[in-house]
Design a protein. Structure first.
Ligand code: GLN
Length: 346
């Protein structure tokens, strides 16, 4: 008996020391020695004060409701792959997710049908044109587009499994909620505002149908797409969604497996080449990070294996990307030295 107590005592001490000493060392090694807490928070604080008074940019107004959103909303969030959360500014106010949603519907289609289906039925080529370009569809007869511009995104929506429109929508809202780690909901005024005024997206969906590249009723697919764009999110939601991608498909806050690492592997390159519309290459050149913007003012970026970062600030530049969000994320990436292409020679 005494022997047993001795042995179990030794065992307990071993387990405790494993958690107390070894686990933090492993975590530190995983996140990279340079990413210490104070440094991350300091980078967010600095970026916030450096860019909070930037006046450039203007809210999107082609969707009438977006013009009414407070342009002063400004929030920054980082969610690490180990679940730590860092924030600065307003990370409570909600904006509509808009085009950022395209990432998660694309991931859903890859998850359900594989990367080849996305490549063959939609395309994974950057168009280099505006997100709602009809010319981009016409030039290649509906091919050589990608799921992160409107035509490819509406096609992706049409491909999501589900017997009818309601089932597809339920599945899309669900995958967004799983990525965010909480139940998300619809911004009804934004949905109504865009749904009543989306003839251009309807035209795109019909043109794709004419070329045999729309896989559900085009009117209903456009409607589901419009709903998905009107999902409400804040900066922390977007950072959590990005962190789930950074963490190979497992949400670091809920620990739930949302998609496979392979799905993430095929999602990130499309974000890298087409995440910021016709300015995608300028963005990638300056940050090295796969990212996605939306005309609601959200922008998220993925630092693979390390963290997800997101900023909400509605005023946009001419390409439709949040001005402050781009400045902040580039600044933080540089400060933390996390551009994946910054390689220190051995
Ligand atoms: N719902 C918007 C549209 O279809 C999304 C565009 C965007 O965020 N770039 O125009």
């Amino acid at each position: 008996m005494k022997n047993f107590i001795n042995r179990s005592g030794v065992f307990t001490v071993m387990i405790i020391s494993l958690f107390v000493f070894i686990r933090p060392c492993l975590l530190l090694a995983q996140t990279g020695n340079t990413l210490i807490k104070e440094k991350i928070q300091a980078a967010l604080d600095e970026a916030y004060s450096k860019f909070k008074d930037v006046k450039e940019g203007k809210n999107a107004d082609y969707i009438k409701e977006l013009a009414q959103v407070d342009p002063k909303i400004f929030g920054i969030a980082i969610v690490m792959t180990d679940g730590q959360v860092y924030t600065k500014g307003d990370v409570q106010s909600m904006v509509s997710i808009q085009s950022v949603s395209k990432v998660f519907t694309m991931a859903k289609v890859i998850e359900e049908q594989g990367p080849k289906a996305v490549m063959d039925k939609i395309g994974v080529d950057a168009t280099g044109m505006r997100f709602n370009s009809i010319v981009a569809v016409e030039l290649q007869k509906g091919k050589e587009i990608n799921p992160l511009v409107n035509p490819g995104a509406i096609a992706a929506t049409s491909l999501v499994n589900g017997a009818d429109s309601a089932a597809k929508w339920k599945s899309i809202l669900n995958i967004h909620s799983e990525f965010a780690g909480r139940p998300l909901s619809l911004n009804i005024p934004v949905y109504i505002s865009e749904a009543g005024d989306n003839l251009r997206n309807q035209a795109i969906a019909h043109l794709l149908l004419a070329y045999g590249r729309m896989y559900f009723d085009p009117v209903q697919a456009t409607d589901i797409y419009t709903k998905q764009c009107a999902i409400n999110v804040n900066a922390k939601d977007l950072a959590t969604m990005a962190a789930t991608l950074a963490n190979g498909g497992v949400n670091p806050l809920t620990k739930k497996k949302v998609v496979t690492p392979e799905t993430v592997m095929y999602t990130l390159p499309v974000m890298a080449t087409a995440g910021l519309y016709d300015d995608s290459r300028i963005w990638y050149f300056g940050s090295g990070l796969p990212a996605k913007s939306g005309v609601g003012g959200g922008l998220l970026a993925v630092c693979p294996g390390k963290f997800g970062i997101a900023v909400v600030s509605p005023p946009l530049d001419a390409a439709g990307n949040s001005v402050k969000a781009q400045l902040v994320i580039k600044y933080v990436v540089e400060k933390l030295g996390v551009n994946p292409f910054l390689i220190q020679p051995k």
